[in-house]
Design a protein. Structure first.
Length: 94
């Protein structure tokens, strides 16, 4: 009887682990990266060009695409810095 209970506990943990792994795989596959295509672009604090100008990015910079609102993309740099840029300045990587 005890071995049956132990077996059920292990099966339960196996199921939970499998679900967790599949969830993490799906999350990773949804991450989009892009390259700055324009020579120089302005990065803003909000998705408009009347907010605070945070910094400039240059052609060839790789960014992580976090969100899209109309023609603005919320990006994250490798160092964790966040900002908004015009989507026309990026080329999404496959």
């Amino acid at each position: 009887m005890a071995s049956l209970s132990l077996s059920l506990v292990f099966k339960f943990f196996e199921l939970i682990l499998t679900l967790f792994i599949n969830f993490e795989k799906k999350k990773l596959s949804e991450i989009k990266y892009a390259i700055v295509y324009d020579k120089e672009i302005e990065v803003w604090s909000e998705p408009n060009n009347i907010s605070e100008l945070k910094f400039l990015l240059h052609e060839g910079t790789k960014v992580k695409q976090l969100d899209v609102i109309e023609d603005w993309v919320n990006i994250q740099l490798e160092n964790g810095t966040l900002g908004w840029i015009q989507s026309s300045s990026l080329r999404v990587l496959d």
